[in-house]
Each structure stands twice: as structure tokens, then as C-alpha cells.
Design a binder for this molecule. Structure first.
Ligand SMILES: Cc1cc2nc3c(=O)[nH]c(=O)nc-3n(C[C@H](O)[C@H](O)[C@H](O)COP(=O)(O)OP(=O)(O)OC[C@H]3O[C@@H](n4cnc5c(N)ncnc54)[C@H](O)[C@@H]3O)c2cc1C
Length: 381
């Protein structure tokens, strides 16, 4: 049995975000760290967007940033000023390359490639089984999601699914200073549906078609909807396609197991995806910071999230109750939020960083009857 101080099981966004912090902090230079994934990460399989006030850990990797973003719907349209935030985009391949290259400079970090079959505990150690070989460590940080989409009764389980085209036009048709955060001027027949546009230059952009619903569409349905959006709403008649992206993110109030003894679940597997929005990037960064801070301060990981912070799970459940029960259309909810609140407050709310006073103000801008009823249903479940 091979033994380490820490094992990072799954070297995607969460695993590599944590590894980067271990690399950056000299206190971890003496720790033996094993990183496990199926294979080296060498594909650009995600485009991560998030808003941030200050430069973050991966600031040098930001591919493009926007200070302004459009919101469009039949209820409300505006060019939102995102200050004090910037909306940033990172290509996953840049992050994989950067962290893997840094890791190679550290002899205390090693990689193993294979299938993680199980994680568990062996005595007072965490255990990872990779292709039949057992590895143990003081802590295992696991982002391998073993149980996909299992949804017990009583929980809401929507999927955020999207297809994106990276397109290039001959003429200058985009303004690279203005993103489109949400464009609801598309049919809402299949659930909450919107497009977004991330222009990198005047001729290149990523255009995504996104739904919050229980069922996936066929590839053809996403592609047709995207082409229609580009043609009819953006008014772009000619373009070439550079790349495509497809993704599915769980939107659920299901309780993810955060920890079993010495196995700490991180990333989506550890419940770091916000149930009502699918945003995960910044939650992973904050969770990684917390893990490192705990290890530095106490030498071990503290167990619980503060009780008061759990209210955000309740807000997520309430919103999911409304969306999955089709009690209000999503475009109306997001329109009210952005129309009747400062953008900064909405973004802070979506980051679980508002105060109770902010939250009272926010809720007051939403259709009261529906929200109060859904909140009661979630409270007394
Ligand atoms: C296409 C896409 C775009 C997204 N865009 C955004 C965005 O813009 N903003 C945002 O906030 N969130 C976004 N998300 C959500 C979230 O940020 C990502 O899913 C993010 O990658 C989650 O990080 P993670 O480490 O939990 O999972 P992953 O990054 O998927 O990492 C898990 C790792 O585990 C490995 N693995 C899995 N099973 C095994 C196994 N059995 N054995 C060995 N290794 C295994 C995988 O190879 C992978 O490297 C997006 C999600 C997708 C799918």
C-alpha cells in the first residue's frame, strides 16, 4: 500500500485549484501529494466564466474579461454595468497546462493515471483505489462523482445543459467590451431557456444556448436553436464555426456528501455547484482557500459549514421549487432580479455573499405570493 500526506482524486477544476494552492504555499513543500486522474488533462473541455472583484489566483490565465454585459428579455433589457466586478473567462486547457507544468517542478508531487474505482477510509487514513491498487493518505480530496443524477424523493433535480459554438465572422460584428449574460429572447417551451454571447474580438465569439430543465435535448435541437439565435436574434448570416462545446451541470438541492472521515469531497462532487444557478468556479476557489487555511491553522480540517451560511441552500431550494414546478417563468424571475436591484447586489447574492438585509431587499423585488408559498413548502418538507 502506497502512503501519502494528501491524495487529490480527480485533477479537474477542483483538484487542480487545490493543488495550485498547495504548490504556492511553502508549508506544503514537504508534504507528499499524489494526484490521480484517468489521463493527463490535455483538452480544452470547459470554458469557465465567473465574476470577480479582485485579481484571483488564476488571473494570469484570464482569456477575456468584460466590465459590461447585456441582459435581454421581454420584461426588461439593459446593458448592465458590472462594477465593482468583472466577468472573466478562463479556458480549461490554459488552467490544466499551467498547474500541471508548475506541479512538475515539485518533487513532492506525483501523478498516477488510471480509473479511480473507490474512495474510503482505512483506519485513520483516507483510501483511494486506482485500477486495483490501494493508495492511502492523511486526507483524500476527491472530485470524482461516483453517483450521477441519483435524485431521492423530496429533492429538486434540474439539469443545466448547453451547447456553444465558437464562431468567427468576416466582418466586425461583435463588441469585445460587452458580453451578453442572459438573452431570454428565445422560445421558453422546454423550460427556462436563454442564450449568452462572449465576444473575444470584433469577429470572434462564443455563443451558448442554455436550458434549465429535467430532460436533455437532442444534439440536433441544440444546434438548430443556436443557429436560429445567431441568424434571427444576432442577425449574423455568415460565419464559420471554430469549435463546439457541450455540457451538463446538476442544479439540485440534493445534499452532496461533503466528507466521510478522511475523504473530503470537493468540486461538484462535494456540493460546490450552486443549486439554483450551476455556477461552480468561484465556489471551488473559496472551498480550496478554506481547506488550505484550515490545514495551515489547525493541521486538520474543521467539520462544519457555519449554520448561518446554510440559509443560501434554503434560497436555492426555494428557487428550484419554483423553476422545477413551473410556478413562474425563469425569465421573469431573472428580469425582476436584474431590473429592480443593483447588479452588484444580484451578483453578490448569486455568490452567497449577501447580508440578511440585502436578501430581504432582494426578495421584496420578486413576486411575493409565489416565493412565500414555495419558501414555506421547502421549510416544512
Ligand atoms: C462544459 C462546462 C462548462 C462549465 N462552465 C462553467 C462556468 O462557466 N462557470 C462555472 O462557474 N461553472 C461552470 N461549469 C461547472 C463547473 O465549474 C465545472 O463542471 C467544473 O469542471 C467542476 O469541477 P470539478 O473539479 O468538480 O469537476 P471536473 O472538472 O469534471 O473534474 C473531475 C475530474 O475527475 C476525473 N475523473 C472522473 N471520474 C474519474 C475516475 N473514475 N477515475 C479517475 N478520474 C476520474 C475527470 O477526468 C476530471 O478530471 C461548467 C461545466 C461544464 C461541464
Amino acid at each position: 500500500m502506497k502512503q501519502y500526506d494528501y491524495i487529490i482524486s480527480g485533477a479537474g477544476l477542483a483538484g487542480l485549484s487545490l493543488l495550485m494552492r498547495f504548490i504556492n504555499n511553502p508549508a506544503f513543500n514537504t508534504k507528499s501529494i499524489l494526484v490521480v486522474d484517468k489521463a493527463p488533462k490535455n483538452e480544452n473541455d470547459h470554458t469557465w466564466c465567473f465574476w470577480e472583484r479582485q485579481p484571483g489566483l488564476f488571473e494570469p490565465l484570464v482569456h477575456h474579461r468584460w466590465q459590461q454585459a447585456h441582459f435581454f428579455s421581454s420584461h426588461f433589457s439593459s446593458l448592465l454595468n458590472l462594477a465593482p466586478y468583472e466577468y472573466k473567462m478562463i479556458r480549461s486547457i490554459d488552467l490544466y497546462d499551467y498547474v500541471q507544468l508548475e506541479a512538475q517542478k515539485h518533487s513532492n508531487i506525483s501523478f498516477v493515471y488510471g480509473n479511480v474505482e473507490a474512495t474510503g477510509n482505512a483506519g485513520n487514513k483516507g483510501l483511494v483505489v486506482v485500477d486495483g491498487t490501494r493508495y492511502t493518505a492523511d486526507y483524500v480530496f476527491n472530485s470524482v462523482l461516483f453517483i450521477k443524477s441519483q435524485s431521492p424523493a423530496n429533492v429538486h433535480y434540474l439539469l443545466q445543459h448547453f451547447m456553444g459554438f465558437f464562431i468567427e465572422t468576416k466582418e466586425s460584428l461583435f463588441n469585445p467590451a460587452e458580453a451578453t449574460l442572459m438573452d431570454f429572447r428565445v422560445a421558453q417551451n422546454n423550460g427556462t431557456t436563454f442564450a449568452y454571447v462572449l465576444p473575444f474580438t470584433s469577429t470572434k465569439a462564443l455563443v451558448e444556448y442554455t436550458l434549465f430543465s429535467k430532460q436533455l435535448l437532442t444534439d440536433n435541437e441544440y444546434a438548430t436553436a443556436l443557429k436560429n439565435y445567431i441568424f434571427n436574434i444576432l442577425g449574423i448570416k455568415e460565419y464559420s464555426m471554430l469549435e463546439q462545446e457541450f455540457g451538463v451541470i446538476p442544479m439540485t438541492n440534493m445534499k452532496f456528501v461533503k466528507r466521510v472521515g478522511r475523504v473530503i469531497n470537493i468540486g461538484t462532487a462535494g456540493g460546490q455547484t450552486k443549486g439554483s444557478s450551476g455556477y461552480t468556479f468561484q465556489f471551488i476557489q473559496k472551498h480550496s482557500d478554506k481547506i488550505v487555511a484550515d490545514l495551515l491553522q489547525y493541521g486538520y480540517l474543521k467539520e462544519n459549514e457555519p449554520f448561518f451560511d446554510k440559509r443560501f441552500n434554503f434560497y436555492d431550494s426555494t428557487l428550484l421549487n419554483i423553476l422545477s414546478g413551473n410556478k413562474l417563468p425563469g425569465d421573469k424571475i431573472f428580469s425582476d432580479l436584474f431590473n429592480k436591484n443593483p447588479t452588484e447586489r444580484v451578483l453578490r447574492f448569486l455568490d452567497n455573499e449577501t447580508t440578511l438585509e440585502d436578501e430581504i431587499n432582494l426578495v421584496a423585488t420578486l413576486p411575493q405570493g409565489v416565493f412565500i408559498k414555495a419558501a414555506f413548502q421547502e421549510m416544512f418538507k
